[in-house]
Design a protein around this ligand. Structure first.
Ligand code: NAD
Ligand code: TYD
Length: 333
């Protein structure tokens, strides 16, 4: 089976490429990635000499590049996206371009070439915030940020291609992932690496927002299962079952590293900050999936990985990231 993975040089995509090569002997993987600030070929150093793996540098908005990368493919899994909510607030343009137009470019190529399966990697953020209970796959979409709105737009296009052209699409909507190789703008790697350097941890608002944490390998297993066993035209929620307040998460990280809680700094809240995310995953569980990684184990493994991989994150944090950080967290001592 020849699978094109877009955005395979990013966090979840690189874990998924590694997962595919490990889980399936007879797979060929083509990784199509533009290598934006978030794409990093270091994430796949250990598999780059595998003869079943090919890297193509290219933009999912470029129809010519997409068509040639998808020629002969049995399936496409689209991870490529702009993904950071805070950047979507300060500069939304690239989110609309990549997340919406890029998805459309892929759908057109899938339709033209008759690719057998297209899986769109989406997010629970398309449903918006929920105070109590959990969202189901048929819940109304009510995204809050330019990021989640662009992901919701993409989801609607994907479903429209199924309804209109019978394109064999699937969508997974997962909760917040954590694990190795996550770009250190997101809360877990940002707070772990700041704490390792005895730098402050900037908690937005009152720190009581809730995210449901999913270990990245559990998400990779879910995406693989949906790709092979999911029903075309269907959406599958993927949740970790670990709903944790940001402040609790922050304290756990500090405790795992033996650092003092005085590193916590409360900073002004994110505009439009969703209070809580929660998804009902019964539909995916009926296909035979369950998250395997208890939160305490996954977090300990993740913290240890960043502690042991300074050579991975130090160059990132001193490059483009530095300018972003100083802008985003102005005045943080
Ligand atoms: P990431 O930001 O780490 O990586 C994104 C990758 O996409 C990078 O390698 C980047 O170079 C590539 N890319 C960006 N624009 C591109 C373009 N125009 N053409 C080709 N490649 C491009 O992202 P991630 O956290 O790994 O997320 C992957 C996917 O999963 C995204 O679609 C995201 O919306 C979704 N998702 C992420 C989470 C999470 O917690 N990280 C949760 C739910 C869903
Ligand atoms: P993030 O990792 O950006 O993921 P998302 O916004 O997609 O859920 O943020 C996770 C939570 O952590 C969210 O409630 C915002 C909060 N947060 C902070 O409190 N401080 C930070 O510096 C960051 C990046 C996030």
């Amino acid at each position: 089976m020849r699978i094109v993975v877009t955005g395979g040089a990013g966090f979840i995509g690189s874990n998924f490429v590694r997962h595919l090569l490990r889980a399936h002997e007879d797979v060929e993987v083509v990784n199509l990635d533009k290598l934006t600030y978030a794409g990093n070929l270091e994430n796949l150093r250990d598999v780059e000499s595998d003869p079943r793996y090919t890297f193509v540098r290219g933009d999912i908005c470029d129809a010519g590049v997409v068509r040639s990368a998808l020629a002969g493919a049995d399936a496409v899994v689209n991870f490529a996206a702009e993904t950071h909510v805070d950047r979507s607030i300060s500069d939304p343009q690239d989110f609309i371009r990549t997340d919406v137009l890029g998805t459309h470019t892929l759908l057109e190529a899938v339709r033209e070439l008759g690719v057998g399966r297209y899986l769109q990697v989406s997010t629970d953020e398309v449903y918006g915030s929920i105070e109590r209970g959990s969202f189901r796959e048929d819940s109304v979409l009510a995204p809050s940020s330019p990021y989640s709105a662009s992901k919701a737009g993409a989801d609607l296009l994907v479903l429209a291609y199924h309804g209109t052209f019978a394109t064999p699409v699937l969508i997974t909507r997962s909760s917040n992932n954590y694990g190795p190789y996550q770009y250190p703008e997101k809360i877990v790697p940002l707070f772990v690496t700041n704490a390792l350097d005895d730098e402050p941890l900037p908690v937005y608002g009152d720190g009581r927002n809730v995210r449901d944490w999913l270990y990245v390998e559990d998400n990779c297993a879910a995406i693989d299962l949906v790709l092979h066993k999911g029903e075309p035209g269907h959406v599958y929620n993927v949740g970790g079952g670990n709903e944790v307040e940001n402040l609790d998460l922050t304290r756990r990280i500090l405790d795992l590293l033996g650092k003092d809680h005085s590193l916590v700094r409360y900073v002004p809240d994110r505009p439009g900050h969703d209070r809580r995310y929660s998804v009902d995953c019964a539909k995916l569980q009926a296909l035979g999936w369950a998250p395997r990684t208890p939160f305490a184990d996954g977090l300990a493994t993740t913290v240890a990985w960043y502690r042991d991989h300074r050579t991975w994150w130090e160059p990132i944090k001193s490059g483009e990231f530095r300018r972003y950080y100083e802008q985003q967290y102005r005045g943080l001592a």
